[in-house]
Design a binder for this molecule. Structure first.
Ligand code: GDP
Length: 529
């Protein structure tokens, strides 16, 4: 197959949802269509279970699973589909944000009864900012839930999307009869049989004809006709370009658990979803069909075996082909590297591959050379953009609890930060180290892993910070910036890349500081446009 064809057949996407909306179930059903797995239960749920086991065990279990589910690939109708796993737990939101830099589109799963939930809002906002094409899947139609139109309104309002339904439910919950597929113009009747992989659909060009009554009954037929009229009156026609530009989001309804409405979603997805999209580097825009290989690290996973400290770095291939045993430039280190056993992912297995194409993810064994955001090329100096650090929510001093192991401690902290587990800030005033995290759970992860993988012990001490703001002075030489640095010295730190950060202790002090030093811009993310 030609290089161009290989690109055209790839679809790399992520599924995002609030925990429990049905992401894992949907993933599993999608894999069934690829024949990649044989049975339900094969996709491991990487949710953090509360209270089931001790948190440490749970973290380890979760880490193991999250290697297994990092990338799930399968072939469907000759398309190579790569699903990138996005943890739903809010403490791992940053992981998900980074993974979203490696997807070309997303599917948003919403629970019909719960509607738009908090985590969905946050994740969709990130996708919206990046104009990532999104398809919405309203799940659990076999249960009583919100009225379809109310839900579409909610999606538009809370998520700031502009939707158009491409399928529409006939009834709901106990009365759920099936789905009218607006995209394919046919009806799919609901049998409630979760074992069925592929449903029988009834083609339906003319919903005005009397057959509709025969199939779904008089009342349901009338409701469906009324609803479809309203859909056509209220929502815009589907336009693929608008979808690709992130301006219009098609909506499907279904029940992942019953494998219902999933085939429709998948068939439409492979039709409309983007092939590997161009990606912006600091230097230029890079297109997938360029011959020279480029790619970037969006995730690093530590080995589960503490005796081997090697890690798996996940690279998204942006352009060209990635080949085994071929030297590539590690741009940040300005060093040539080759990889004898790059892993590709197929369903829940990983295997060594000789060649990978744009849109694919390869896992490279790493002994500490990579950190998140690193770029690999065939020699060109490129830096891929779009892996920001967000201000953490929690801040604590980290102290060494075993003076004989300080080397191990620093090495461990260093490597865990490369993996993106948390962010490290070093105070300007006294060199003390502060760890910032999105969720409180990460402190346990760090403490546990430092001890088990590096043989180091740490303790924490509270450090009250409201937000970390990256400092971007309009003019680094002006007196205002000098005064800012002098007066606020106590609150200044360097992040891991050496950028200056202002640790505001309250919203009020942040506002006051910004007012007093207007030429010193304070930003909540580290990514400066
Ligand atoms: P995740 O946290 O988003 O990955 O959600 P899961 O896929 O683990 O699903 C959460 C729960 O919802 C599980 O108990 C599923 O069996 C259930 N579930 C998923 N899809 C459906 C559905 O279509 N209908 C019903 N009734 N339950 C569902």
């Amino acid at each position: 197959m030609s290089f161009e064809k290989e690109i055209q057949r790839r679809r790399t996407f992520g599924i995002i949802s609030h925990p429990d909306a049905g992401k894992t179930t949907l993933t599993e059903k999608l894999l069934l269509f690829g024949g990649a797995i044989q049975e339900a239960g094969a996709v491991k749920n990487n949710k953090i279970k509360k209270g089931a086991t001790s948190d440490f065990m749970e973290i380890e279990r979760q880490r193991g699973i999250s290697v297994a589910t990092s990338v799930l690939a399968f072939i469907y109708k000759d398309k190579k589909i790569n699903i990138l796993d996005t943890p739903g737990h809010k403490d791992f939101a940053e992981d998900t944000f980074r993974t979203l830099t490696a997807v070309d589109s997303v599917i948003v799963v919403i629970d019909v009864a719960k509607g738009v939930e908090e985590q969905t809002e946050k994740l969709v906002e990130v996708c919206r900012m990046r104009n990532i094409p999104m398809i919405v899947f309203i799940n659990k139609m076999d249960r009583e839930g919100k009225d379809a139109f109310d839900l579409l309104d909610e999606v538009e309002q809370k998520l700031g999307l502009s939707v158009t339904p491409l399928s529409f439910p006939i009834g709901m919950g106990y009365d759920f009869k099936g789905i009218y597929n607006i995209y394919e113009k046919n009806i799919n009747l609901f049998s409630g049989d979760s074992k069925k992989n592929i449903e029988d659909v009834i083609a339906f060009d003319n919903i005005e004809g009397p057959e509709l009554e025969k199939i779904i009954g008089t009342k349901a037929a009338k409701d469906l006709r009324d609803n479809l009229e309203l859909v056509h009156g209220v929502y815009p026609e589907f336009d693929r370009n608008e979808y690709l530009e992130g301006k219009l989001q098609p909506v499907f309804f279904g029940s992942a658990l019953n494998n219902f409405g999933v085939r429709e979603l998948l068939d439409c997805f492979i039709d409309i979803a983007p092939t590997p999209r161009p990606k912006k580097a600091e230097e230029r825009l890079v297109n997938a069909n360029e011959k020279e290989f480029t790619g970037f690290v969006f995730k690093i996973h530590a080995n589960m075996d503490p005796k081997h400290r090697d890690r798996l770095a996940f690279i998204k291939i942006v352009s060209g082909t990635f080949e085994r045993n071929t030297p590539y430039l590690h741009v940040r280190h300005n060093k040539s590297m080759k990889f004898s056993s790059p892993n590709a992912f197929f369903a829940e297995k990983k295997e060594i591959v000789d060649i990978s194409y744009p849109g694919d993810i390869v896992g490279l064994h790493d002994t500490g050379n990579f950190k998140i955001g690193d770029t690999l090329t065939e020699g060109e100096i490129l830096h891929y953009k779009g892996i920001p650090s967000f201000s953490p929510e929690h801040f604590r001093y980290i102290n060494n609890a075993d003076p004989l192991k300080s080397k191990q401690l620093f090495k461990g902290i260093d490597q865990l930060m490369d993996e993106g587990v948390a962010q490290l800030f070093t105070l300007e005033m006294n060199g003390r180290k502060v760890i910032g995290t999105v969720g409180a759970l990460q402190y346990e992860v760090i403490q546990y892993r430092l001890e088990h993988e590096y043989g180091a012990k740490c303790t924490y001490e509270n450090f009250p910070v409201y937000k970390a703001c990256w400092v971007a002075p309009k003019d680094p030489k002006n007196d205002e910036f000098k005064e800012f640095k002098r007066v606020k010295q106590k609150f200044l730190a360097k992040d891991k890349t050496g950028q200056l950060v202002f640790l505001a202790d309250s919203q009020f002090s942040l506002q006051m500081t910004q007012q007093k030093y207007p030429s010193v811009i304070l930003k909540f993310t580290s990514e400066f446009e």
